[in-house]
Design a protein around this ligand. Sequence first.
Ligand code: GLN
Length: 211
Amino acid sequence: MTPVVGVLALQGDVREHLAALDACGVRSVAVRRPVELDTVEALVLPGGESTTMSRLLETFELLEPVRARIAAGMPAYGSCAGMILLAREVLDGRPDQQQLGGLDVVVRRNAFGRQVDSFETDLTVDGVSGGPMRAVFIRAPWVESTGPAVQVLATVPRLTLAGSDAGPAAGRAVAVRQGAVLATSFHPELTGDGRLHALFCDMVRETAAAA
Ligand code: GLN
């Protein structure tokens, strides 16, 4: 059976994720309401603005249902703002910002600072074969610390693509996995490289097969 994977469609780069999921052979649907959430086996939390998404999750009465599904083992993938939503704790967030949980990590929002606000680099990601991925960072978070169950899949190299020193960003974790939950600080949905979505779709199929 073809898995059905939702994309939280309250704000952010929803269309790009829907397209990337279709390309890896699952059926993608936009999720805006609890009844739509009930139809999906897995959920992608897109890049965008985590504080806005947090507010809209409450308005659309999705915060508790999504939290409950993730706690019950639903596979989830968050890019950038989506990573922030999945984190146990956010530094430099808004005090009223809500977390979905699922990832035992502390993330720092807008971590890369003004100088390297948005940048690209090539990243080697564990679990992604075929060479490094071009990673696009846009006012991205990094992972400040991880709990014991969290696997770090990628860290920032010392030099960015432009050849400048990554400074305090060097070595920071920017792709992590905990069980069926995956998160990246960067946006594979924006580059046309489908390998990260393919990894997530494999995780979704494995979870379905194990159920
Ligand atoms: N800075 C954004 C936030 O705090 C994330 C940016 C992004 O998703 N590109 O949610």
